[in-house]
Write a protein that binds this ligand. Sequence first.
Ligand SMILES: Nc1ncnc2c1ncn2[C@@H]1O[C@H](COP(=O)(O)OP(=O)(O)OP(=O)(O)O)[C@@H](O)[C@H]1O
Length: 211
Amino acid sequence: MIEVKDLSKKIKQTYVLRDISFQFERGKIYGIYGKNGSGKTMLLRSLAGLLVPTEGKVLINSKELHKDISVPPSVGIIIENMQLLPQFDATTNLKMLAKIKKIATKDEIDESIKRVGLEQHGKLKVKKYSLGMKQRLNLAQAIFEKPDILLLDEPTNAIDEKGVSLVHKVLTEEKERGAIVIIASHNKEDLSLLCDYTLKMSDGLLIDEQF
Ligand SMILES: Nc1ncnc2c1ncn2[C@@H]1O[C@H](COP(=O)(O)OP(=O)(O)OP(=O)(O)O)[C@@H](O)[C@H]1O
């Protein structure tokens, strides 16, 4: 479980996150929507341990980030400006990540490439990928270790209609496996189709509209 308690973040005199408290539970998909600049990415970064709070805290299974643990022990992430290595193919990119983390097997890498519909292109260099193909590969790297938590910033960005249904299918499977899936998007309609729970972000505040 992820518990966010009174979380605020101030950057250069401005609060980009303001007094956020919420609990995210296993086996559910959460959607966070809001305008550009509302704080969605900042919240995902905080949950990933990539942003130190100014006030408040984030607990992952009762362990506090930046105190008991530095990052969540089992997390898959798609966050803006992520870099895949363009000179290598999809399989090599994931194999190199697997080497660093030492968790996924070759079969699990192949399976995740297949799940995102890239099996025909597994040997193509990533520099030849379209934006949508890169985004699918980003999803493959987020899921290939079967993490407990998935933090996904605009995971369907640049993906065509057929691809979007595939992404929805994969994320539903991840939820059924018991993962906590948290998606940020500016597209409320896209989220409402997929998510068990949708929340609105506005000016750094997280607004729960489903009382
Ligand atoms: N590196 C930074 N330094 C200072 N302020 C930043 C930085 N990155 C983002 N911000 C500010 O933090 C606020 C929240 O930004 P954030 O990226 O979380 O928004 P977002 O909801 O994810 O937007 P988008 O839909 O455009 O991705 C914005 O006001 C932005 O200007």
